[in-house]
Ligand binder design. Sequence first.
Ligand SMILES: CC(C)(COP(=O)(O)OP(=O)(O)OC[C@H]1O[C@@H](n2cnc3c(N)ncnc32)[C@H](O)[C@@H]1OP(=O)(O)O)[C@@H](O)C(=O)NCCC(=O)NCCS
Length: 411
Amino acid sequence: MSLDVRTVPFASAPAYQRLGLEAFGMPPTPPPEPAPEEWPPAGGTPWGVWDGDELVARALVRSFTSWFHGSEVPTAGLAGVTVAAERRGEGALRPLLAAALADARARGAAVSTLYPSSAGIYRGLGYEVVGSYDDVRIPVAALASVRAPEGVRTRRATPADMPAVREVYRAWACAQNGPLTRTEDPFAMVADDMLGPGSGYTGVTVAVSTRPGSAGDVVGFMSWTRGAGHDRTNTVEVDDLVALTPDASRALWRVLGSFTAVAGFVEVATSGAWTGADPSRLVLPDHAGSVRSRPYMLRVLDVPLALGAARLPAITARVPFAVADPRTPDIAGAWTLEVSDGAVRVVADGAAPESSADRPTFTSAGLALSYAGAASAANLRLAGLLTGPSAYDAVWDALWRGRDVHVRDYF
Ligand SMILES: CC(C)(COP(=O)(O)OP(=O)(O)OC[C@H]1O[C@@H](n2cnc3c(N)ncnc32)[C@H](O)[C@@H]1OP(=O)(O)O)[C@@H](O)C(=O)NCCC(=O)NCCS
């Protein structure tokens, strides 16, 4: 079998769409075929694998930007990965993703991320689970005892609040590892999408400071959908609950708690369900709730670009390291990380060493977990994802473990 991997032209858009529907679910009424002006999808590059005239596999690479270590990192978001049912297990996946990721790297992507249907599919390609997008379902009754906020009131957002809402999101997101900057389709925070009739939200609520000196400042926001019905089987859905102060968090939770007589649950899209929980959830008096988690996987595409962009703690350190992994020869190499008062340089030391005896050596998964700040060097060693001398482990952890992993946008 000779497979041909290339980007998908408009002529193949129907076949591309059909493969996606077959894999991820056929709606009772099939969606219309893509129109020429909708191709390629905004912000995305569709890739396909052909066997002769037959499209046998497809994937979409989305151009995103994510926050990692205080820096905006170009990110290839992988979505809609599918091999035709009859052609699975024939090896179409690896050349598809190799070509798509090489192209993304050539366009400047430093990392790639995705939500897997099964993590095993992507481990062989160097991705590892570094966090999760979690729908947390909380009984409304559990919100009744959230303490009354001080110095904050709530009101419905208007288009004039959008710059402040975006700023709240940015202030939260840039302190985490992982969230999208929401400056690109389809997650750009624009007034029409959030507040317009087509938004699907019942409303966006803002928490506003009443304290002298900051009175009127937006310090949190929440986008929510009321849903139908008015008994305690109903659920109020919350897409975002982002707050910059504990009182703003309390104020927003109390708005949700006020539905106690007419709704049974709130379901909040969040991340870090139980460990490294989002700060807004730390004000809740009870952990009551259940969680549906969607793992988020990361792979580094360009080691010097990703690590070199980080804004690290203001310490001075020099750490030799290497990446060696038979599954990801594209990122193999040896470098020295030079950090001086937080400024980072990643200096190339040549090819990956034959043995890891002379310097800490990561697998691709180990590097992903470590870069995301999601695992300690000690635990990477227990999992076989980091080998070589351990003398630098404490300083490596001090450099990379300072931020929690959070994600908010499912693609
Ligand atoms: C997932 C899918 C794209 C894999 O394509 P495929 O041709 O079956 O893949 P391959 O046989 O080449 O396997 C590639 C790797 O994935 C692993 N894999 C495949 N299906 C898997 C599954 N369901 N669970 C765990 N691992 C899986 C294989 O073991 C192999 O691992 P390796 O590289 O370490 O050897 C295909 O089965 C499919 O289209 N499934 C339905 C849609 C879907 O789940 N897409 C993924 C969305 S994130």
